[in-house]
Design a protein around this ligand. Structure first.
Ligand code: SF4
Length: 283
């Protein structure tokens, strides 16, 4: 049995940067003085480690007392949250990825130039919620070309199109094709980050040559879910797991080539543990 890893997988630049910042603050400030707004990244094992260091995870900023430290998510903090922190003397440790900040800047300039903003993204995802807060919620958020078709009457003549950083490029192309039918001027910004694109391409490539794919990462991680979706779409048996405890080794018994990939928020040590478990079948 051969185990083949995707040529691009695991932690991305933005996640490494966010974790480094959080670890730095934890190394110099007592855990009891540190709060975290939601999950810094969508990975249960990483979050467990932070909790063990004594930091408090909150979903709402009004649960954070004044003068405490608050670590934000890698995929953005909303304008209201920033304003609240300032007003209540909460010390914000902003770990927002620079690619997400770039997305905010583009949206703001499109708004200023009076373009209708359309975003390929999930309305409930923290990145989209934070983005919308900077543009007064004035954007149409869609998941597919079909949604554009359904909502064509809501489209203006002058549209600026963006994507959530972790979305699928193929879906973005389909949305472009559809939207192009209805507006007179379309400005397109490919805001899908390079790390996401490379991981998606590598997953599709690998899924074509293996008998089974193992996609490793948080079940609540948008970018990992997307890798699992793309792999399934190729037609290969795909198995999305968070850690080695979820492995069912029986699934690999009649397989010759096993493909492994992991999301941008999955630590390498988890992937290594899973590979070590599968490798035991070769002994
Ligand atoms: S997936 Fe891309 S946008 Fe998100 S944290 Fe990583 S590098 Fe930044």
């Amino acid at each position: 049995m051969e185990i083949i890893k995707a040529r691009e997988m695991g932690f991305c630049f933005g996640v490494r940067r966010a974790i480094r910042r959080a670890e730095h603050i934890i190394s110099i400030i007592p855990g009891s003085d540190i709060y975290m707004l939601g999950e810094i990244i969508h990975n249960p094992q990483v979050m467990k480690k932070f909790k063990e260091k004594g930091i408090t995870i909150v979903q709402e900023i009004d649960k954070v007392p004044a003068h405490k430290y608050l670590i934000t998510r890698a995929h953005g903090v909303s304008k209201n949250e920033k304003d609240y922190a300032k007003k209540h003397n909460i010390r914000l440790i902003d770990t927002t990825c620079p690619y997400v900040k770039k997305l905010h800047q583009i949206a703001l300039s499109l708004k200023k130039e009076e373009y209708q903003i359309v975003i390929s993204g999930d309305i409930g995802h923290p990145e989209i919620k934070s983005l919308l807060s900077y543009i007064d919620n004035q954007a149409l958020v869609v998941q597919s070309a079909k949604e554009i078709k359904k909502q064509k009457n809501k489209l203006s003549k002058k549209v600026g199109l963006l994507s959530q950083t972790t979305k699928d490029i193929e879906q973005f192309y389909q949305i472009i094709k559809e939207i192009f039918k209805y507006c007179q001027e379309l400005r397109i910004f490919n805001t899908i980050c390079k790390a996401t694109r490379l991981r998606q391409e590598a997953t599709k490539e690998l899924a074509k040559i293996v008998d089974i794919m193992v996609v490793i990462g948080g079940l609540n991680s948008a970018n990992t879910n997307r890798l699992a979706y793309l792999s399934k779409k190729i037609g290969v048996e795909t198995y999305h797991i968070e850690d080695e405890k979820q492995l069912d080794l029986d699934l690999f018994k009649d397989k010759k080539r096993i493909g492994i990939t992991s999301g941008a928020s999955t630590p390498d040590y988890i992937t290594k543990k899973i590979i070590a478990e599968i490798e035991k079948l070769n002994k």
